[in-house]
Ligand binder design. Structure first.
Ligand code: SF4
Ligand code: SF4
Length: 314
């Protein structure tokens, strides 16, 4: 079994409280108009082909045991569903014009990386699955989480929560902390800005809360989309109704510095409008009015809640 991994990062927690290893999964089921990581959005399995360097020798097509590559009208067409990730095409291409867009890593390879860090995790560190979204590679992600738990390593998953219940429940089963991105409280706007409905996300959120899995809802505040006090109240109402207790707020400024400092151009700015002034304290107070514990995400600080400790067993 292999996973399509965009990158792996290590981060030291503040005040020497430990270390986290973040595994960034390639691929995301949402298409947020404000996405800060478009490179993560393309499908998990993707082969890049440089037509300018291609000799059109047909070796890749001939060497592929799964029939996943074929030339159609002088264009190389890739079928990711049947691809086994054997790398034969990449290895046999004479000018080396083919490559995988992400790292194809086995469970053992990732566990080797984690194993090298594990001695430094301390009480608050551990493994974070991020992306993209691990939910697009549910079998691999759940096997990875299970193996972490087998080794008593604490796990956090940052996810859109957008998936069928079975995939979500398998992921959640070995997760000590779920950080679920709730993009918008209004289903219509959720569809407009992310391309998908929020219904399955909210159902999965209910499942996680009912199962006793520690959950934090992460709200990314985007100017012109969900940054008013009315939006805060609607979020508060929704989250309280779904029995969420902890909220992580990613404010516009933090969001623009997030994910390796990639620049955010908000939809409002793209449309030439002026973003409304955002008052984080008032926004937080509005959420707290619904009994929610709110904290601001601190830029690229590893997303581990302060009040979480110890690992749940699988
Ligand atoms: S990695 Fe293997 S199965 Fe996938 S396209 Fe290349 S040759 Fe075919
Ligand atoms: S093996 Fe490489 S050079 Fe030959 S057709 Fe495939 S992509 Fe082109």
């Amino acid at each position: 079994m292999q996973g399509n991994i965009f990158k792996i990062e290590k981060n030291a927690l503040p005040d020497g409280q430990g270390l986290t290893t973040t595994i960034y999964f390639k691929g995301c089921p949402l298409r947020c108009s404000w996405c800060s990581g478009p490179r993560f959005k393309t499908p998990p399995k993707q082969i890049l082909w440089d037509s300018r360097r291609c000799l059109f020798c047909g070796l890749c097509e001939a060497e592929c045991p799964a029939g996943s590559l074929r030339f159609v009208s002088n264009k190389l067409v890739f079928s990711p569903d049947s691809c086994t990730g054997c790398r034969s095409c990449v290895q046999n291409c004479p000018p080396g014009t083919l490559r995988f867009a992400a790292m194809l890593m086995s469970l053992d390879e990732i566990m080797d990386v984690i194993g090298a860090d594990a001695g430094s995790y301390g009480l608050r560190g551990g493994v974070i699955l991020s992306g993209g979204d691990a939910l697009l590679q549910p079998e691999f992600a759940s096997a990875l989480l299970k193996e972490c738990h087998r080794r008593s390593i604490r796990t956090t998953v940052e996810t859109t929560g957008f998936s069928k219940p079975l995939a979500f429940s398998r992921l959640a089963a070995n997760t000590d902390l779920l950080i679920m991105d709730i993009k918008h409280y209004c289903e219509k706007k959720h569809v407009r800005y992310t391309g998908v409905s929020n219904q399955s996300i909210l159902e999965n959120l209910d499942f996680a809360v009912a199962s006793g899995i520690p959950v934090a809802a992460r709200l990314t505040i985007v100017p012109g989309i969900n940054d008013t006090l009315y939006d805060a109240a609607q979020f508060g109402k929704l989250l309280a109704a779904h029995r969420v207790k902890d909220v992580i707020l990613l404010t516009p400024k933090q969001f623009s510095n997030y994910k390796n400092g990639q620049l955010l151009i908000s939809p409002c700015e793209q449309n030439g409008g002026a973003p409304s002034p955002f008052n984080a304290l008032q926004y937080i107070a509005a959420l707290q009015g619904f009994g929610l514990n709110v904290r601001q995400a601190a830029g690229s600080e590893p997303l581990v809640l302060p009040d979480q400790s110890g690992s749940r067993s699988a």
